[in-house]
Design a protein. Structure first.
Length: 320
């Protein structure tokens, strides 16, 4: 006898598909085998983060300074920082996946963030994979969207009061057929991460939602470097853009700033200027490659389109 068809909300399905026992992020090859991040693009990314960390460290006198990355993935950024950062700094990767073999011994690898620390908290493309509910406006009001394991969808029950209040405040779904993702779980996750930071700066980097633009929602999938229809069977990454303003409002901090990645990296000294040719072809080609990598990080239609959320506790913001 065939098993009965299983329908779940996207939040439940996404959580199981990404973080269940056989989930996408439990695999040793994820995420590098499926999509390219800033940490995979250029050593310039690690250099920029080191510059940021230096600025924060200069405002956190005494005691232990930590760089904690939530959603550290394959550990590429921390691997690079291990050869750049002072030996006195504590480097911590946080992820559900096993410790990657490439990560140097000085890097700690944890399943959850330290309970308290001073320093720099990083979350690069982490919030976009915190599970969300998907809602759609129908003739009968706002309804949760349900999904089967093979990716088929249907509208389900009316959204609950908490979700409706979040949508009313942050992402109004006006027309029949319009969709949105309910980000209250992300607000809670970010607030909990920032709570652990005693003094320092928290930085979240992700593609940001524009409710006026993203009327069809932003939920999508990635597999083997290609964007695909999201199917919650563990075979692909499932992601949705982040409403950064809502996350920012959830955290208890002293100061907040939102910047595009292009603006943030410019403030950290990264440029993509074509080098001059000085007669050495090999050096010139190497410089051209570096310029191309920097340009990719700064490209408004690519990685440069990320939004940076910076929040400070007990110290000034590092890019004022």
């Amino acid at each position: 006898m065939a098993e009965p068809e299983q329908w779940r909300t996207w939040r439940v399905a996404m959580a199981e598909a990404l973080y269940g026992d056989d989930g996408f992020y439990r695999r040793a090859d994820a995420p590098a085998a499926h999509f390219r991040t800033a940490a995979h693009t250029s050593p310039a990314w690690a250099d920029a983060i080191r510059t940021l960390a230096d600025r924060v460290a200069a405002t956190v006198p005494g005691g232990e300074f930590a760089v904690v990355e939530i959603g550290a993935g394959g550990g590429e950024l921390l691997e690079a920082l291990a050869s750049r950062a002072p030996s006195s700094w504590r480097l911590v990767g946080v992820d559900v996946c096993p410790r990657p073999a490439r990560v140097p011994e000085r890097v700690e690898w944890l399943g959850r963030p330290p309970e308290t620390f001073d320093g720099l908290l990083l979350a690069v493309e982490w919030l976009d994979v915190v599970p969300v509910d998907v809602v759609e406006r129908t003739e009968d009001g706002l309804r949760l969207v349900e999904v089967s394991t093979d990716g088929r969808e249907r509208t389900g029950v009316t959204v609950d009061t908490r979700s409706a209040q979040w949508l009313q405040k942050w992402w109004h779904v006006a027309e029949v057929g319009d969709r949105a993702e309910v980000g209250d779980g992300r607000d809670i996750a970010w607030a909990d991460a920032v709570r652990r930071l005693r003094r320092g700066v928290a930085v979240a980097v992700d593609y940001a939602v524009d409710p006026l633009r993203d009327v069809a929602g932003t939920l999508t999938g990635f597999r083997a470097g290609r964007q695909v229809v999201p199917v919650p069977d563990g075979s692909c990454d499932i992601t949705a853009h982040v409403l950064m303003e809502a996350c920012a409002a959830a955290a208890d901090v002293d100061a907040t700033r939102l910047l595009s990645q292009r603006e943030a990296l410019h403030a950290l000294g990264l440029r993509a200027q074509r080098p001059a040719y000085a007669g050495d072809a090999r050096s010139y080609l190497a410089a051209l490659q570096q310029t191309g990598e920097a340009a990719e990080l700064l490209n408004r239609d690519g990685l440069g389109g990320f939004t940076w959320l910076l929040q400070a506790k007990g110290v000034p913001l590092p890019m004022e």
